[in-house]
Design a protein around this ligand. Structure first.
Ligand SMILES: C[S@@+](CC[C@H](N)C(=O)[O-])C[C@H]1O[C@@H](n2cnc3c(N)ncnc32)[C@H](O)[C@@H]1O
Length: 234
């Protein structure tokens, strides 16, 4: 049965956030995020419509950061797309969770680096990037953490920030319940995916929560994209 989705289920915890969760299930979940994010996250269209034109305009190698990269699959996918387009890009994924770094490190390759860090540690270290992206991080954070994460991401970017996330909807909940069935065994994907949908925002809620200058749009089915200009100086 579909739970009421009229309001965010802000207090629901995801199984993989438990520091004592089963490490094998967690590792399998990180690995399978590659397929799930590829199928459902809509980053192919964000790359083509928003990211690629900006990278093309830079007349030097770009630096792009994935904040809260988890198992690292998004950075690796975006790196493959930019390689195919002949763009010179240095890709960096960071996450403060050592379990995520362990998962992402196996995906590192030329031009793709993974590090253990929070957004604020990176900001304090003086690192700057042309573009900062994230996937599925916003819904995960408390209101206080979200405000810090959004501000840090702008402080880290000279050009633009793109945060992609799920749009909370009962149709998405129903479709995910069915669609995840072949991919879920041996992972946390069913429980955590459904909890993520319940924790996620609707466009107006996210726009209100983030405030100016953030713009929130729906760029693909059941997806949100929050965009803001970078606030770092080149
Ligand atoms: C739901 S996971 C998303 C992982 C990955 N982006 C994906 O799409 O599969 C959210 C991640 O954000 C990370 N995170 C939370 N707060 C962060 C911060 N302030 N800076 C960087 N990463 C953060 C968490 O450690 C967690 O791995």
């Amino acid at each position: 049965m579909t739970p009421p989705l009229s309001a965010r289920a802000e207090d629901l915890l995801e199984l993989m956030d438990d520091p004592d969760c089963d490490p094998q299930l967690l590792a399998a979940t990180y690995r399978r995020f590659g397929i799930v994010n590829h199928l459902f996250s809509g980053w192919g269209s964000v790359y083509r419509r928003v990211l690629r034109p900006r990278l093309e305009r830079l007349e030097r190698p770009a630096r792009v950061l994935d904040l809260g990269c988890g198992g690292g699959d998004l950075v690796v996918r975006l790196a493959a797309l930019s390689d195919r387009d002949g763009l010179r890009v240095e890709w960096i994924g960071v996450d403060p969770d050592p379990r995520a770094l362990e998962a992402s490190s196996s995906r590192a390759r030329d031009g793709v680096e993974f590090r253990l860090a929070t957004s604020s540690e990176l900001l304090e270290s003086g690192e700057r990037f042309d573009v900062v992206v994230s996937n599925h991080v916003l819904h995960h954070l408390s209101p206080h953490e979200l405000a810090g994460f959004a501000a840090d991401s702008r402080g880290l970017a000279t050009d633009v920030v793109l945060h992609g996330d799920i749009l909370r909807s009962s149709i998405a909940y129903g479709l995910y319940t069915v669609g995840i069935t072949p991919l879920a065994p041996g992972t946390f994907l069913r429980t955590d995916g459904l909890r993520s949908i319940r924790r996620s925002y609707r466009p107006d809620e996210l726009a209100t929560t983030l405030g100016d200058p953030w713009q929130v749009s729906t760029h693909a089915p059941f997806r949100l994209l929050a965009v803001a200009p970078g606030a770092a100086h080149e």
